[in-house]
Ligand binder design. Sequence first.
Ligand SMILES: NC(=O)c1ccc[n+]([C@@H]2O[C@H](COP(=O)([O-])OP(=O)(O)OC[C@H]3O[C@@H](n4cnc5c(N)ncnc54)[C@H](OP(=O)(O)O)[C@@H]3O)[C@@H](O)[C@H]2O)c1
Length: 267
Amino acid sequence: MARKRKGEGQTALITGASMGIGVDLAECFAKDGYDVILTARSEPQLKDVATRLAAAHKIKATPIAIDLGTPGAGEKLAADIATRGLNVDVLVNNAGYGIAGKFDGSDRTSQLGMIDLNDRALAELTHIYWPRMLANRRGGVLNVASTASFQPGPLMAIYYASKAFVLSFSEALWKEAEGTGVHVTCLCPGPTVSNFRERAGTGRTNLAKNLGNAMASAPVARLGYRGWQKNRRVVITGGRNRMLATLVPFLPRKTLLGIVHGMQSPA
Ligand SMILES: NC(=O)c1ccc[n+]([C@@H]2O[C@H](COP(=O)([O-])OP(=O)(O)OC[C@H]3O[C@@H](n4cnc5c(N)ncnc54)[C@H](OP(=O)(O)O)[C@@H]3O)[C@@H](O)[C@H]2O)c1
């Protein structure tokens, strides 16, 4: 008789699952037998990922296309999920984007859109599914932040601040969930190969120029998934990224701001 996989009978909702890290996170859950609900804006890509994961891992994969950056999108998504008779045991808040450049002269809609997607939708979905997780004493939340969470980011100010929110919020919930059986992990990737840089326009910065060593998205996702299984509060991917994040609190803030400004400056 085949051994029961650890996710069988549970469902993981993964946001930003049409490409990049989100696809690999969905794969981690599917491989362990979780049914998955995949969401993002690009319907054809979502359907492709769902078809592939369902066939490869013998699970149910449901694609739902929605723009999570619009107000109330979290509630709308949850209503759609409930109408389909599905439950959410694990929430993976991965959808997000960044915009590089000076705050002055930036496009207000794109700047505020980062807060709507990276923070507001993440908090809204967590607020919706959190009570059920606590009542069931299982499941939990895996939030995708960034190494940007650990310091302010001149020339990418809103993005860094939005990811600092994700780290702070996740750590607080980790503490609130202690002893309940509900796991909370904040995954903090450093530069990772995906569509992120193209959308963010970070490809022209000193940081990007000096980073031939961006990690592939699959190992980043695996580290996050394994960390979540073990209820690790924070997972920073890559030894170099872990070392830099550890050093940050010891640097004078003014020095740190100068370093990040230099890294985010055009090459
Ligand atoms: N790549 C890196 O270097 C890096 C480093 C640190 C942290 N991160 C974080 O990792 C997460 C995943 O990013 P990634 O690197 O995989 O980038 P990506 O390849 O650009 O993927 C982003 C995902 O978010 C979805 N998304 C974007 N806007 C959306 C919206 N308005 N509504 C719903 N879904 C939306 C995208 O799908 P659609 O376009 O189809 O909507 C896509 O599935 C993000 O939170 C990012 O901040 C990335």
